[in-house]
Design a protein around this ligand. Structure first.
Ligand code: NAD
Ligand code: UFG
Length: 343
């Protein structure tokens, strides 16, 4: 009997690649579609070195519905989809809203349209804690209000959630699980795959590890005058492999059970808020490497503090993010050393 096959869009990307490995290790067959706009083909080698299996790969764009129909006809039967493919740079989305609305919404619409045609049962969607805006209280659970988005990127996540909800309420014979990620960090402990930012990193951890590696002279902490114990912002940093594991559980739940609601939403975080300063300290403690930093002005649009109440995911999915943060920092560093060009 052949294994159940899952389509992973954006599967050569950061979170996608880690999820492909976990799916393979759980016994699923995987087909990836990625247009390589923010990743490279070499990621497939890394995946294969970890799992021993090379996933099927199609270089293509999910915004092209013909490509998708072709994929479902020739690579099927596909039972489930995990939709990572999207553009994700918050700042860029402010400059290029049309690109963001098109890339993040058209592909999703195409997938939702095509799924019933090919008897695809469910779709896991990559959402974000950004839908909560600045929380009124922390930790934040799934019942918290959705706040007006502060960027086109954030808006695409809110609209995507609404599109999926509307399609299911209109009677489409599909299920969906919306996963609201907090801040994914780290890399696979094998250092075969990890985050590969193109250009100057916008996010904290790749900037930090590149600074520690001497690629950048100084990490700037964006503000130390926030209303937090050490004045720096607080986030819920979640290990990318813990995050990836949750997708396998969500997929199994959608495909194997007929007693679950057609649409479910889960926060994926640790439940622990760490400040930017605490994260730097964790990195230095875990690796023994000093990170030169300076304090700069606040970054426009930053949320002061947000961390998850992951109780629902813990209890309903039976999933917990339990990788120690120092271990996550060691993995991030091991990956950085692997990809740092020799001087
Ligand atoms: P990533 O950029 O590393 O991966 C996305 C992948 O999708 C890339 O490989 C890119 O080439 C591909 N892609 C983009 N548009 C495509 C298209 N139209 N057709 C085919 N492939 C396309 O990003 P990531 O960090 O792995 O994020 C994955 C998902 O999770 C995204 O939807 C992102 O918005 C969401 N998310 C990420 C974070 C985070 O901090 N990394 C937080 C919350 C949510
Ligand atoms: N930070 C710095 N210096 C840097 C980079 C970041 O001090 O060079 C600070 C930021 O000001 C913020 C914290 O580190 O306080 C985290 O910043 P990131 O850019 O790493 O992450 P964000 O929480 O701003 O946003 C990220 C993604 C969003 C996603 C969100 C929640 O960029 O797309 O996590 O998942 F929605």
């Amino acid at each position: 009997m052949s294994n159940t096959k899952i389509l992973v869009t954006g599967g050569t990307g950061y979170i996608g690649s880690h999820t492909v490995v976990e799916l393979q290790q759980a016994g699923y067959d995987v087909v990836i579609i990625d247009n390589l706009s923010n990743s490279n083909i070499g990621v497939l080698d890394g995946i294969q070195r970890i799992s021993g299996i090379r996933p099927e790969f199609l270089q293509g764009d999910i915004n092209d519905i013909r490509t998708l129909r072709d994929l479902f006809s020739t690579h099927g039967p596909i039972k489930g989809i995990i939709n990572f493919a999207a553009s994700k740079a918050v700042g860029e989305s402010v400059q290029k809203p049309i690109l963001y609305y098109r890339n993040n919404l058209v592909g999703l619409l195409n997938l939702l349209e095509v799924m019933p045609e090919y008897d695809v049962k469910g779709i896991v969607f990559s959402s974000s804690c950004t839908v909560y805006g600045e929380p009124d209280k922390n930790p934040i659970d799934e019942s918290a209000p959705i706040k007006p988005a502060t960027s086109p990127y954030g808006n695409t996540k809110q609209i995507s959630e609404e599109i999926i909800s509307d399609v299911i309420h209109a009677g489409s014979p599909i299920k969906s699980i919306l996963l609201r990620y907090f801040n994914p960090v780290g890399a696979h402990p094998s250092a075969e795959i990890g985050e590969l930012p193109i250009g100057v990193p916008q996010n904290l951890i790749p900037y930090l590890t590149q600074t520690a590696a001497g690629i950048r002279p100084l990490l700037t902490i964006f503000g130390n005058d926030y209303d937090t114990p050490d004045g720096t912002c607080i986030r819920d940093f979640i290990d990318v492999v813990d995050l990836a594991r949750a997708h396998v559980i969500a997929m199994r739940r959608m495909l194997d059970r007929n007693d679950t609601a057609p649409l479910e939403i889960f926060n994926l975080g640790t439940g622990r808020g760490l400040s930017v300063m605490q994260l730097i300290q964790s990195f230095e403690r875990a690796t023994g490497v000093k990170v030169p930093y300076t304090i700069g002005p606040r970054r426009k649009g930053d949320i002061e503090k947000i961390w998850a109440d992951p109780t629902k995911a813990n209890e309903v999915l039976g999933w917990k993010a339990d990788t120690d943060i120092d271990q996550t920092m060691r993995n991030a560093w091991k990956w950085q050393l692997k990809v740092t060009p020799a001087k």
